[in-house]
Design a protein around this ligand. Structure first.
Ligand code: GRF
Length: 198
């Protein structure tokens, strides 16, 4: 019985697309829902084109009441019955209560080599620090932001003249390889970390 995967997005959904496109054939998981906190997220239309059920729950009417926003997600998640939630460019912080309900079953991709540079502006910070490499990490989501067990990492070189934009583009290419590889192992119950380059 394949695992049901809900993917949370906030924007273009390039990571979501990479995940959806990977879940075919003998892959142990299939997408069951693409959910966004932004009704204008471009990824919603891309998911719908692929026949994936989508839902948008605008977080703005809830102001800073994160629990109320998450309560509005509940009926959609109850209907989709995900075994796994993959946060993919999802830009809302989830409450500890929500994370606990999916403890051990929720993944996130973060554009840095965690534990370095949790939170935002990761590429600018790596450049400012004079790092020679950067990358991305997939981790299990825990109540502490960008802090859970690492399931995979991909490293890229920082090149002379790099800007946050050129570095982000190089890292994003690796995100689209790393996240599907990690999801496949995770859905199969294999917890060996994926480390790229191999
Ligand atoms: C990516 O940089 C990813 O690392 C971060 O969100 C950004 C946009 O992702 N989590 P996507 O194109 O919407 O998947």
């Amino acid at each position: 019985m394949s695992k049901r995967v809900a993917i949370f997005i906030s924007g273009g959904g390039s990571n979501m697309l990479a995940l959806v496109r990977s879940m075919t054939g003998d892959h142990p998981a299939r997408p069951c829902l693409v959910l966004s906190n932004d009704p204008e997220a471009g990824g919603l239309a891309r998911a719908a084109e692929l026949g994936i059920p989508t839902v948008a729950v605008d977080h703005r009417p809830f102001g800073g009441d994160r629990a109320a926003f998450e309560a509005a997600l509940a009926p959609h998640l109850a209907a989709a019955r995900p075994d796994i939630i993959a946060l993919a460019g999802f830009m809302r912080v989830l409450t500890a209560g929500f994370v606990k309900r999916f403890e051990g079953r929720m993944l996130n991709i973060h554009p840095s080599l965690l534990p370095k540079y949790p939170r935002l502006h990761t590429h600018a910070r790596a450049l400012a620090a004079g790092d020679t490499e950067a990358g991305c990490s997939v981790h299990v989501v825990t109540p502490e932001l960008d802090d859970g067990p690492i399931l995979g990492q991909a490293r890229v070189p920082i090149l002379p003249g790099d800007t946050p934009e050129t570095l982000a583009a190089r890292v994003l290419k690796q995100e689209h390889i790393l996240y599907p590889a990690v999801l496949r192992r995770f859905a199969a119950g294999d917890r060996r970390p994926v480390l790229l380059p191999g």
